[in-house]
Design a protein around this ligand. Structure first.
Ligand code: MN
Length: 430
């Protein structure tokens, strides 16, 4: 791991919160992700399942966490199962968690090797009435492969058909959406690494650089700051490419006079940041580009103010739509008739701004959070309005990450990342 070890107190707290929501006499199990094969003996880099990470800090494959708050013996209440390691295995596979290290990372005292899992689970199941299974109910998830978690759930239910089944997911959706202060610090750290990458770019981007050279600059800056790299596939879209919302080819040359849309951000310790900036390739916005830019910036600033406790996600989007509509009227992109005749299901502004304004962010870039429930303090949201104008061959999106506060305006974790058009021009021309 490149990141500094996280204090295990965070994971102790997270487990305590989860166990407080469990029914009496129930067991919950969480699995690591598989290491995904490519072909022959090559694999994708390991990426930990965020739920077992959230509850234990264990960032290693083939790990299992078992929680049983009502277990008859105290040492059975929290148990970790890990791949066996010893000095010999360490020579071939590198350092894996020992039982002592696993305790330091997670705060869990009972650690077994994986080969004891079925035997120990069987004992717990004789005491328990209910099993908490962890299914993926994220509103944007489309999963084609069978995860290690899903494979386990299938086996578990078949092996113990007389037990009641309960769902871990809604508990995790609620818990993970409200961040502990340690988590906000980690997200802030990811944002700060993203800031370094962006500032580096302001001195690098000029006419004729390629989108992939820009990507390389960012990767360099992120990794040298202990990030694994991009928190999500980067979008580096010059000119009209910005109007393809999920453009990830990043293989074109940035042309003089074009804008460059950058939806790029670093991860740190498995926590995301999620930033979008749009900069002029030549270091100066045209008047028209600047007018649209400032309209997007105003929508971002107004939308941010609405991210307060009690706000409903759906209503928030309706309000942002109204602000965007008035900006589009001001820019002459919509006229009054467009708005008067608009279809309420697909308002006129959506011609230029067709995606959502905000999503939860945290361990996942599109993090957990139940969108039908009101916003709460310490939720972290993105704010990311955009205006896309294929007819003028540019698109502008600006995105920050903010923390909902108990009182007052949300706290902007990207407050130090340049966003004012004048500041960007100044920095690009230094
Ligand atoms: Mn985003």
């Amino acid at each position: 791991m490149k990141y500094h070890q996280i204090n295990s107190a965070l994971f102790v707290k997270n487990r305590k919160k989860f166990m407080a929501e469990m029914k009496p006499n129930s067991v919950a199990v969480f699995n690591s992700n598989d290491i995904y094969p490519i072909s022959a003996d090559s694999t994708l880099p390991f990426a930990q399942h965020r739920d077992i990470f959230y509850l234990s800090g264990v960032d290693q494959e083939e790990s299992v966490l078992l929680l049983f708050p009502d277990a008859p013996y105290e040492h059975q209440r929290e148990i970790l199962f890990l791949r066996e390691t010893n000095d010999h295995i360490a020579v071939w596979e590198g350092e894996k968690l020992t039982k002592e290290r696993a305790f330091q990372v997670s705060g869990i005292r009972t650690v077994y090797w994986l080969q004891d899992f079925h035997k120990v689970l069987n004992e717990m199941m004789t005491y328990a009435d209910t099993m908490y299974i962890n299914t993926n109910e994220h509103y944007r998830a489309t999963v084609e492969t069978e995860t290690r978690e899903a494979r386990f759930v299938k086996w578990w239910k078949e092996r113990y058909p007389a037990h009641n089944v309960a769902k871990s997911n809604p508990i995790l959706q609620r818990l993970r959406s409200v961040k502990e202060s340690e988590e906000i610090d980690l997200i802030q750290h990811a944002c700060d690494i993203t800031e370094k990458g962006f500032r580096r770019l302001l001195g690098f981007v000029k006419p004729n650089v390629t989108e992939y050279e820009v990507e390389a600059e960012l990767a360099h800056e992120f990794i040298r700051n202990r990030s694994k790299g991009f928190a999500y596939t980067p979008i580096i879209a010059s000119g009209n490419n910005a109007n393809v919302l999920h453009y990830i080819e990043n293989n074109q040359q940035c042309k003089e006079g074009d804008l460059l849309l950058l939806d790029v951000a670093a991860e740190y310790a498995n926590y995301s940041s999620d930033m979008t900036r749009t900069i002029p390739v030549s270091g100066r916005f045209t008047d028209r580009q600047k007018a649209v830019y400032n309209a997007v910036l105003r929508v971002k600033n107004e939308a941010t103010k609405m991210l307060t406790p009690g706000t409903l996600w759906k209503q928030y989007h309706v309000e942002v739509g109204k602000i965007m509509t008035s900006e589009l009227l001001g820019l002459g992109l919509l006229d009054k008739a467009d708005v008067q005749n608009e279809n309420p299901e697909w308002p006129a502004y959506k011609k230029y701004f067709m995606h959502g304004t905000s999503h939860h962010m945290g361990l996942d870039t599109h993090d957990y959070g139940l969108l039908h429930e009101p916003m709460k303090a310490n939720m972290v949201f993105t704010v990311e309005p955009g205006i896309y104008i294929p007819a003028e061959k540019f698109g502008i999106r600006l995105e920050d990450n903010v923390v909902v506060q108990e009182k007052g305006e949300p706290f902007n974790l990207m407050r130090n990342i340049p966003v004012e058009a004048d500041e960007i021009e100044t920095l690009m021309n230094e």
